[in-house]
Design a protein around this ligand. Sequence first.
Ligand code: UDP
Length: 329
Amino acid sequence: MKKRVLITGGAGFIGSWLCDRFHSENFEVITLDNLLTGNIKNIEHLFGREGFVFLEHDVTDYIHVPGPLDFILHFASPASPIDYLELPIQTLKVGALGTHKVLGLAKAKKARLLLASTSEVYGDPLEHPQKESYWGNVNPIGPRGVYDEAKRFAEALTMAYHRYHGVETRIARIFNTYGPRMRLHDGRAIPNFINQALRGEKITVFGSGNQTRSFCYISDLVEGICRLLFSEKPGIEEPVNLGNPEEMTVLDLARRTIQMIPGKGDAEGRIEFKPLPEDDPRVRKPDISRAQKLLSWNPGISLEQGLRQTIGYFSEQFTRESKSNAKSQ
Ligand code: UDP
């Protein structure tokens, strides 16, 4: 019998790559998405294939999945700062009520659940790099609080279901991830920079650009998620950081994008500084020693390789968008 996995947020950026991975490994994949920020195009190629089912459904409503379930991957959530501003209540609901629903389902089906948590639980961190033992520095009432606190609540609820109900759980704290299938107008740094460079617009660097991030390519992350889901090492229920520890400033990222997408004018002239959004974390870099030790996992794709793939994808999207705009004029 095929193992059955439920993936919430399966039409999203990370969720859709997980659908591909599990489907290609002969799992029966059931995916839920309300398409609020997800895009059906990300999983269209799986439609009609045996062992793949898509249900348009909001995970904060009661979930009924007929038959057994072995695994649940809870990846449904808006995930870009521009989405938190536009969808603050949905962001809180999916992290809190949605996590409650999937944990209840995991308990009923005796399925193992993996929660997609985030480096945002560390807030604007006072410890650097961030280890899993760090409790974070989050502003609960700021614009990002809706995401950060929902995920912190989701972690607490997941540990409670594990401790009180004995549900098998895993918590991945995911750091900045990028790659094909991010939305062209996603608003996060990498899609924004690539999109702007392709359009010949100025690259918008927020603040001085000295804030740092560490970017992980999607295929590395998917590998880490799978290893975490299947690991049975003692203590594996405690959160595990998954991210690429190669840290850089946002200004550096802008310069590297500019180098890879030639345009008019010198590099510095192609950058435009804009105000730093409220509560934008100053630094972020994962300490991945726990993932290395427990999962023997290390990211292997360099920023150069990852950006090349992502630029290829966005160029296609950009051409498609320009053609359909031209047609509608
Ligand atoms: N950022 C930027 N210009 C943009 C988009 C983002 O300078 O057009 C900065 C943002 O202020 C943050 C970093 O890039 O410091 C990463 O932002 P992103 O939204 O990708 O993710 P975050 O790590 O903040 O959740």
